[in-house]
Write a protein that binds this ligand. Sequence first.
Ligand code: NAD
Length: 317
Amino acid sequence: MEYRQLGQTGLKLSILGFGASGLGDVFGNIDESDGIRAVHTAIDLGINFIDVSPYYGLTKAERVLGTALKQIPRDAYYLATKVGRYGERDFDFSAARVIASVDESLKRLHVDYIDIIQCHDIEFGSLDQIINETIPALRDLQQTGKVRYVGISGLPLSVLHYVAQNSEIDTVLSYCHYTLNDTSMLKLIPYLKEWQIGVINASPFGMGLLTENKVPAWHPASAEIKAACAEAAQYCRSKGVAIAQLALQFSIANADITTTLVGITNPDQIKANVQCVGQALNQELLAEVQHILAPIRDVSWPSGREHDKEFQFTIYG
Ligand code: NAD
């Protein structure tokens, strides 16, 4: 396993991180014992960063992860969870709610501190509230030792940029924007580096688009994106390569990204993904696959209130 420094936090994270949303059945029902063994296998293989949220499986992911963590020494991993999102349309970024939320997560996870607490999917909240109320409340909570660092997560890069520029945060988690078909996160990274904010990338498979599995029904990508990714997967298969392998190698190769969170639901997946670390990226296949994906390059989908007036700014604005 390789490790990289996360901004100014002093945390040195494995370049592959454990995304625990799947433990909440986000990608289909899982066998809880498989999920628990997946966490233990990940730690055994050198992964030291785990990301979860109360939202995933409406607290189930935190509960299953908590059961797994009971059997692991607390200094064997860094743990990130989130506040503010509690259902598909259930958001509350008020100071009182996020403070209570941290206590609830600590209980479910069976730990007495969280390494990184993140405001979850900030594009659905009021950015004024997140900057002036939520983040200061989490900073106050730092004094109690319940959380060590404060971050944000979301999809629209312009929203992440705006809040990073206008608040005191340690980390940014961006997802689906550094993959074979979408590298728009490259616009945001130079700013985060300048501001010494830790860079966390999630969803190297575009939440399942770049795997051979069936894309979940809730997936927000357009039919055109899904079709292009399926064509790319088929092309990789014809060359004897699983597209997931190429996709992961591509994402972890960027040294400006500290860690890439992969959604894991069983021990075999984590073993397959860890095997990708250190293997050379097949540049010829990468170029061919990116050619197939060119028509949908950097095409995403709307998320949150980004089309509201309040959100009409760009990353360059
Ligand atoms: P992902 O791109 O990592 O895809 C996950 C899917 O790929 C799952 O169906 C998983 O079973 C499958 N998979 C994993 N390894 C595979 C392999 N080797 N071959 C084939 N399929 C494989 O998407 P994700 O799970 O959404 O993202 C990873 C993590 O990032 C999440 O679990 C979560 O922790 C975090 N995340 C956070 C946010 C946010 O904060 N807003 C958003 C997205 C993701």
